[in-house]
Design a protein around this ligand. Structure first.
Ligand code: DDH
Length: 286
C-alpha cells in the first residue's frame, strides 16, 4: 500500500535525524526551526506574495539571500527524508520539520496542516530583503512582522524562538547563543533578557551585538540589537515581562503564532484543503 499522505511517517523520519552529536550543540532542531520560519517569513499580506508555498529557497533568488546564509545545511539534513518519502513537497517538509523539532525539544505542539505545493509561481516570488535584520531596531522589527500580519503580542511570542540555537560568525556575522541550553525549548530567553544586564560589544568583524555584563559568568550568551529592541518599546516590553514570568502563556501564544506563520499565504477551504496550490499559473516545477 502506498504511504502517500502518511505524515506520521514523515514525522518519524524527522525525529530520527534531530540528534547529531557532531553538529553545533548536538541537535539540528534549531536550524530546522529557522528554515521553517525563513521559508514562511517572506510573506507580504498586502500583495499576497512570499510565504512557504513553493519552497522558493531551493532557488538562488531566495536561497542566496544573505539572510538565508547557513540554511543550506538544514535543507541538506532533510534530503534523506525527501528521498525516503518522495511524495512529500519540500514546502510541507520544511514547515513540518520546524514544528516537529520544536515539539521534540520540549516546546508546545504546533497545529500544522499539510497541502503546500512546490509549484513556483513567478509572480509570487518574494524580493530579497523581506526577512528581519538583527542589526536594526524597534521600527524595523514592527514593520517586518506587521507586513506579515502579526501584532505586537505575536511578534514577541515568535521572538521567543531565540531560546533555540545560536548565531554563527560565518552565517550572520553574530556569534553565540541566547540561553545556556539552546536545544531545550523554554521561556529562558525572556528571563535572561529581563533579568541579566546587557552591554554592547563590537566583535572583531565589526558587528555589534549585546553580551552579558559579566562575561566571565555567562560566557558566550548574547542578544541581537533586535532582541534588545523588545525591551525598549512599551508595546513589546509588556509581553516580554509576561512571558518571562508565565511559561504557560508563552507556550500557548507561541504555538498559535508559529502555526499562523506556517500558514501565511496558504488558502484553505472549509475542509482544510489548500485551494491555491493546484491552479497556480505561469510557474514551474522543480
Ligand atoms: Fe532568528 N536569528 N531572528 N528567529 N533564529 C538567528 C537564529 C535563529 C533574527 C535574526 C537571527 C526569529 C526572529 C528573528 C531562530 C528562529 C527565529 C540568527 C543567527 C540571526 C541573526 C543565524 C546564524 O548566524 O546562524 C531576527 C533579526 C529576528 C527578528 O524577529 C527581528 C523568529 C521569529 C524565529 C522563529 O522561529 C519563530 C532560530 C531557531 C535560530 C537558531 C538557528 C541555528 O542555526 O541555531
Amino acid at each position: 500500500m502506498s504511504e502517500r499522505g502518511n505524515y506520521e511517517a514523515i514525522r518519524k523520519s524527522i525525529l530520527e535525524l534531530l540528534d547529531q552529536p557532531e553538529y553545533d550543540d548536538g541537535s539540528v532542531g534549531p536550524v530546522l526551526v529557522r528554515l521553517a520560519w525563513h521559508s514562511a517569513g517572506t510573506y507580504d499580506a498586502e500583495t499576497d506574495t512570499g510565504g512557504s508555498n513553493g519552497a522558493g529557497m531551493r532557488y538562488e533568488a531566495e536561497g542566496g539571500d544573505p539572510a538565508n546564509a547557513g540554511l543550506q545545511h538544514a535543507r541538506v539534513f532533510l534530503e534523506p527524508v525527501k528521498a525516503a518519502h518522495p511524495w512529500v513537497t519540500y514546502s510541507d517538509l520544511w514547515t513540518l520539520a520546524g514544528c516537529v523539532a520544536i515539539e521534540a525539544m520540549g516546546g508546545p505542539k504546533i497545529n500544522w496542516l499539510p497541502g503546500r505545493t512546490d509549484f513556483v509561481d513567478d509572480s509570487k516570488l518574494p524580493p530579497r530583503g523581506r526577512l528581519p535584520d538583527g542589526a536594526k531596531g524597534v521600527d524595523h522589527v514592527r514593520n517586518v512582522f506587521t507586513r506579515m500580519g502579526f501584532n505586537d503580542q505575536e511578534i514577541v511570542a515568535l521572538s521567543g524562538a531565540h531560546n533555540l540555537g545560536r548565531c554563527h560568525t560565518d552565517r550572520s556575522g553574530f556569534e553565540g547563543k541566547w540561553v545556556h541550553s539552546p536545544t531545550r525549548f523554554s521561556n529562558q530567553y525572556f528571563r535572561l533578557l529581563t533579568r541579566l544586564e546587557w552591554k554592547p560589544k563590537k566583535l572583531n568583524n565589526g558587528v555589534l551585538q549585546f553580551v552579558h555584563v559579566d562575561e566571565d559568568l555567562d560566557e558566550g550568551l548574547m542578544m541581537l540589537p533586535t532582541d534588545m529592541a523588545l525591551l525598549s518599546d512599551p508595546g513589546f516590553k509588556e509581553w516580554v515581562l509576561l512571558y518571562a514570568d508565565d511559561k504557560a502563556a508563552f507556550y500557548a501564544d507561541f504555538a498559535n503564532a508559529f502555526a499562523k506563520l506556517m500558514e501565511l499565504g496558504i488558502q484553505r477551504d472549509a475542509q482544510g484543503k489548500v485551494v491555491n496550490s493546484d491552479n497556480l499559473k505561469g510557474g514551474y516545477h522543480s
